[in-house]
Design a protein around this ligand. Structure first.
Ligand SMILES: Cc1cc2nc3c(=O)[nH]c(=O)nc-3n(C[C@H](O)[C@H](O)[C@H](O)COP(=O)(O)OP(=O)(O)OC[C@H]3O[C@@H](n4cnc5c(N)ncnc54)[C@H](O)[C@@H]3O)c2cc1C
Length: 294
């Protein structure tokens, strides 16, 4: 690695979806950009998500209409520009007698979701009788099943590819994007930030100067803030785990856990079925996060 003498306009720390999209946007606007990622691109949270581009149906329960409206617009923007990466996925919500979210409530939620998504090309919602739910989801518990609702969100089966497309677009516009490059220190000198960066494969060090720095390090963000001398913590980190089962499901399901009523997904993904996610507080080192027996 060689040192850069003239400060670039922007240094981005983190090569997940946020950093990659910021680097693309900034370089297409004519800024000189450098991006550093300590692992491989997408190796953080981005490669561990449920891979849904959702409009935020669950936020309707909290009356966050504006958030749902914005999410639906973003979702449609992505699906119209990236039809080769994103596909609509039918999602079924089974409803049982005695559920807190009964057929009436689910029906109202569907109508609202459809209304907020109006004018878009996404296939529309519908409610289904119990027999039709059982026909579409063989093996579903039939006892007490009162019906279901069908809506559409989008799935991005390979988010890593979206990251690479952003990075290729950024580097095509002149950005320097580098993986295996960990930012270890940040100083400020002669009107510019000085990033000291270590090549984690060779141990070589370089210094990069930038007029501005964007911290796109996801769950590492508080650690990165410390490099700036900011020691207060702004994150409340949580951890999510999925279970992956062999098998093929024609439908995705969005169902309530009978144990604690928490909503979770059952999603078809690349010939397997992804179930999750959990959401538990995790104050530990993001590099050490992993699934436990629990
Ligand atoms: C279980 C789970 C399921 C989810 N499901 C969905 C979903 O279905 N749909 C959805 O939209 N969102 C989902 N999310 C949220 C989504 O995954 C995240 O919002 C998104 O991936 C965050 O991307 P990011 O680029 O901000 O962070 P990350 O992908 O974590 O990227 C941060 C990067 O910074 C790098 N880094 C850290 N420190 C340094 C340093 N000092 N120097 C250089 N590089 C550094 C890391 O290596 C990492 O690659 C889910 C999240 C979880 C946990």
């Amino acid at each position: 690695m060689g040192g850069d003498e003239r400060p670039v306009d922007l240094a981005v720390i983190g090569g997940g979806i946020t950093g990659a999209a910021v680097a693309r946007d900034a370089s297409l606007r004519g800024l000189s950009v450098v991006l550093f990622e300590k692992g491989d691109f997408s190796s953080g949270t981005t490669s561990k998500s449920s891979r849904l581009i959702h409009g935020g149906l669950r936020y309707l329960e909290g009356f966050h209409f504006r958030l749902v409206y914005e999410s639906l617009r973003e979702r449609d923007w992505l699906s119209s520009r990236l039809p080769h990466l994103i596909r609509p996925v039918p999602i079924l919500i089974p409803v049982y007698r005695g559920d807190r979210r009964g057929m009436g409530k689910v029906w109202i939620g569907m109508r609202l979701y459809d209304f907020l998504a109006r004018g878009k090309e996404t296939p529309r919602y519908g409610t289904l009788p119990a027999g039709e739910v059982a026909r579409r989801v063989p093996g579903i518990r039939r006892e007490g099943l009162s019906g279901g609702a069908l809506f559409y969100d989008y799935q991005l089966p390979v988010p890593e590819r979206l990251v690479m497309e952003n990075l290729l677009s950024a580097s095509g516009a002149g950005a320097r994007v580098q993986n295996r490059a960990q930012v270890e220190e940040i100083g400020f000198e002669a009107g510019a930030f000085r990033l000291r960066v270590r090549d984690v494969l060779t141990g070589a060090r370089e210094e990069a100067a930038a007029a501005a720095v964007i911290n796109a390090t996801g769950p590492w963000a508080d650690r990165t803030r410390r490099l700036f001398g900011l020691h207060d913590e702004i994150l409340h980190p949580t951890k999510g785990a999925h279970l992956v089962f062999p098998g093929i499901s024609p439908h995705a399901l969005f169902a309530a856990s009978p144990k604690d009523d928490r909503m979770f997904y059952i999603l078809p993904l690349a010939g397997s079925i992804l179930v999750g996610t959990t959401d538990t507080a995790y104050p530990g080192d993001p590099d050490a996060a992993g699934a436990t027996d629990e």
